[in-house]
Design a protein around this ligand. Sequence first.
Ligand SMILES: [Mn+2]
Length: 308
Amino acid sequence: MAVYVFGHKSPDTDAITAAIAWAELQKMLGVDAVPCRQGDLNPETKLVLEKFGFDVPELRTDVTGEKYMLVDHSDIKQAPDNWDKGELLAVVDHHKIGDITTPSPIFFCAMPYGCTGTILRILYKDVFKKEIPANIAGIMMSAILSDTVLFKSATCTPQDKEAVEDLAKIAGIDKPLDWGMEMAKAKSAVEGVAPRDLVFRDYKDFNMSGNNVGIGQLELVSLDLVANIRDDLYAELEKVKAEGNRHSVFLMLTDIMQEATDLMAVTDDPGIVEKAFGKKLEGKTVWLPGVLSRKKQMVPPLEKAFAA
Ligand SMILES: [Mn+2]
């Protein structure tokens, strides 16, 4: 029986490549693992799969009656539908532990590194003692460059840098940072994309002290790219908030060269922004220097503010 491997909803490069790389390792171990995606690929992920010669994983959104594994998340809100009506066999993740539970023991591996790809390299090498195929090394390396924003993110660890160095050799990539910059440019593509698709390009829902909170992120090589569509993005955030009965919807407009985020917020309580970040909204946004990471610099202060 097939075992389906899922990254989170609104997949990013790590969610997709980790599903492929973990499924490949499972196949080496004799499991009939099939990588899946829960949504459309962003332009960066498409570029990565093309470069290293992988097909787009099949679309699946429900695991009723299926055996499955999760990578890059363990939050119910980001997992496939009916997660509790299938059998979860494994989790490999680098986020805070989520709210998924199981009735039996499973393989559960969480490490606080910058990317699931970094953990997968350790699992290949040190736990299951398998060679990493060159093309798999290429997508894992790409995911680490993406998740750590070319090593600039607060989430980046020495293990991530070591992994990129090693994986680049296996993949035959001479200058991984040059490749990372090419990926960043692809990820910045906003022209001709509907505002709704931009909001959901890299979007996650959270439950914060009983409040539905959505946080999207656009990583851009320059904020000029969105200068003309800010009002459209804001209008879309208002819609998303109303549709999902959400308390707040945030969109991080992250300038990866300036290393800062202009945080756009639609919220029932504008005070929550000041509580979390010590700065008031000015109009639609608040400027947060040094903030690149949703996981480390957005979610924890917001959760604290909501809990207070
Ligand atoms: Mn990740």
